[in-house]
Design a protein. Structure first.
Length: 317
């Protein structure tokens, strides 16, 4: 019986690359936070001066961007905690918690905007378009700069959550500009609360996917981009095992997938090179599925039959 993980050299290279990536993400988060604080303050001031609910809604959405980025930055810092005997995975799952908080905060803000839009629909207010339109253009420019700075160069759930906030806010800024142009020529006052409702819908959409993916990680469901049946079959084919027991595939955050299993082999212990089997399976998992965190137990002869506690009787796929 033997268990193996990545070799030391590849592990060191992985950790060094991960640290460099995390440092880069933190810098991008910090710069994007700065941009969005300026955008939010400018749009709030412009919304109050112009009387535009759409601009105030966009400013509120931008405020949620700031919160998302701050929580994301905190998540990146806390997730850096190194594993120890008590925290065997470090605090990597903190990233998921902050992403859920961000998404729920968006939903709460959306309800507030919806209520204000209904009130404004019943009691239309004249909007100063000479202030509204230039400020909306400032907001759009800031959103585009933020998207370029933050980027989507990795699979971090925090980065994806923040990127979605910024992307939808860029769309809402475009919608505010289009609404202002229409109001300039048509003088239809209910267009302002209408676009606010549209922004609420986008807020709901941007939150839903993040919450669903976070729940998959919290509940330790296999990542949706990993075909578990294919993993099972590939392990059997690569190892020559008679069966695979106790196969578990899960994530502790949005970018790292873990796998553990027992390989029940046909050969007797004396005939089996367990090191070779583990190396072959690990190489296949890394190349085909991108899974590099593994714990594989090789069981030969009658081990599986005699030790039922080690061999989980999980249903075959």
């Amino acid at each position: 019986m033997i268990a193996r993980d990545e070799d030391d050299m590849s592990h060191h290279h992985h950790e060094h690359g991960h640290e460099h990536y995390t440092s880069s993400r933190k810098k991008r988060f910090a710069l994007t936070i700065f941009f969005n604080i300026i955008i939010t303050a400018t749009e709030y001031a412009g919304g109050i001066l112009s009387g535009s609910l759409a601009l105030l809604s966009d400013a509120t959405h931008n405020l949620s961007d700031v919160l998302a980025l701050v929580f994301g930055y905190m998540g990146e810092r806390v997730s850096e905690k190194k594993p120890d005997l008590d925290y065997s995975f470090g605090l990597k799952r903190f990233e998921v918690i902050t992403a859920v908080i961000n998404a729920l905060a968006l939903c709460g803000i959306g309800v507030f905007i919806l209520f204000a839009a209904i009130q404004r629909w019943r009691n239309p207010v004249v909007v100063n378009l000479g202030i509204m339109l230039p400020i909306a253009f400032v907001g759009l420019t800031g959103n585009i700069l933020s998207l370029l700075v933050l980027g989507r160069k990795d699979a971090s759930l925090n980065v994806r959550a923040a990127f979605l906030h910024l992307l939808y806010d860029a769309f809402s800024s475009l919608a505010v500009i289009a609404t202002g142009m229409l109001m300039l020529y048509t003088h239809i006052l209910w267009l302002d609360p209408l676009i606010s409702i549209f922004i609420v819908i986008m807020i709901g959409v941007s939150s839903f996917d993040i919450i669903l993916e976070a729940l998959r990680i919290i509940l330790q469901v296999a990542p949706k981009d990993v075909d578990t049946n294919d993993v099972y079959s590939s392990i059997i084919e690569t190892s020559g095992a008679r069966d695979v027991h106790g196969l578990h595939i899960w994530s502790v955050n949005s970018s790292e997938v873990f796998l553990s299993c027992h390989l029940c082999m046909e050969q007797n212990r004396e005939e089996l090179d367990t090191d070779w089997v583990v190396r072959q399976v690990n190489a296949m998992l890394a190349e085909k599925f991108g899974i590099t965190h593994t714990t594989i137990q090789v069981e030969a002869g009658r081990f599986c039959i005699e030790d039922n506690q080690s061999c989980c009787n999980t249903e075959k796929r």
